[in-house]
Design a binder for this molecule. Structure first.
Ligand code: FE2
Ligand code: FE2
Length: 325
């Protein structure tokens, strides 16, 4: 327990001197953890124990209300997600973008070579395989988002709508990883492999994105094609009875708003649909870079102004066209 450092008399006096709504709300908390935004304390920081009174109220409010949002529109509708809906999601199981240029071919063959490690080491250990996949897949969005953030600063120019999407992709992949970690206890050696792969992959992807963002996104497109295939095999092995179809972990149920009796199979269906989106969006981003048309906002504005869009998806965008002017 933290010792109260602010007397209740002082607290009331402070309240009378300000009408700030957040302060009034903070009074419902024990005095010891009222943030220092309103009170000067004599607290000192120690290396072993952070002082909770120094945490800004905005930080507390942001963290307690933050909630990762799914990427697929169908899964972010707020409605309860049923198995039937998950089965009907269009994922284009065998969709493949044929390599056209030499850089496409390089990206494609790099992914094929990288498949060798999980194919050899994990074989049909689907849980370990997807954990390894997600630790890698969560890197490109963060690297791409970071580099485009820096580019936007450098050029003193809007990023064209890329950063938010790329960071959302990274978060989405991390949610996949956190879900699978609820069902798997990796050995120390497995964790070592994950660490080593991340160290190598982060740096390699960072350099690749600096040299050719187009090839980097193409690489991700092909990586995600493989992810869809891997998750399809996962579903097939559950259906064959080779993997126990356990209840879905709570983290996945909350993230996707899955029905109460959801199972691992439902989670795999949801995750696979995310991978299909990453596949399509990364190939699209690569095509855009090749075509020198990187302003996503400009084209989104045109698309949502089209009457057919409003007819089919009107409720999805609402004020986006106004907001982005
Ligand atoms: Fe993923
Ligand atoms: Fe993915």
């Amino acid at each position: 327990m933290f010792k109260p450092m602010i007397s209740s008399t002082f607290t009331k006096t402070a309240l009378m001197s300000t009408n700030h709504a957040l302060l009034a709300r903070s009074l419902t908390r024990p005095a010891a953890i009222i943030p220092s935004r309103f009170f000067q304390t004599n607290s000192t920081l120690t290396a072993s124990r952070p002082d909770l009174q120094t945490m800004p109220v905005d930080m507390i409010e942001e963290i307690r209300h933050s909630k990762p949002m799914p990427m697929r529109t169908e899964l972010a509708s707020g409605k309860e997600i049923t198995t039937d809906l998950l089965e009907k999601l269009d994922v284009g199981e065998k969709k493949h973008r044929v390599p056209i240029t030499w850089s496409d071919a390089a990206a494609y063959h790099t992914v094929q070579v990288l498949r060798y490690l999980p194919d050899t080491y994990f074989r049909h250990n689907h849980y370990m395989r997807v954990v390894m996949l997600e630790t890698v897949a969560a890197v490109p969005g963060m690297v791409g988002g970071m580099l485009r953030h820096l580019k936007s600063l450098r050029n003193i120019k809007h990023d064209g709508g890329w950063i938010i999407h790329l960071l959302h992709e990274a978060e989405n992949e991390r949610m996949h990883l956190l879900t699978w970690m609820k069902l798997l206890q990796p050995s120390k050696f497995d964790r070592f492999i994950v660490m080593a792969v991340q160290g190598i992959f982060f740096n390699a992807y960072f350099i690749a994105y600096l040299i050719s963002p187009r090839t980097a996104h193409r690489f991700c497109g092909y990586l995600e094609e493989q992810a869809v295939i891997s998750y399809t095999h996962f579903i097939e092995d559950i259906d064959k009875g080779l993997i126990k179809n356990e209840p879905a972990p709570r983290i996945a149920k909350e993230y996707y708003n899955l029905h109460p009796d959801a199972t691992v199979r439902d989670v795999v269906l949801a995750v696979r649909s995310d991978e299909a989106l990453h596949r399509d969006s990364n190939h699209h981003m690569s095509d855009r870079i090749a075509a020198h048309q990187e302003d996503l906002r400009e084209d989104v504005r045109k698309i949502i102004a089209d009457p057919s869009w409003k007819e089919n998806f009107g409720t999805y965008s609402n004020d986006a066209d106004v907001k982005w002017k």
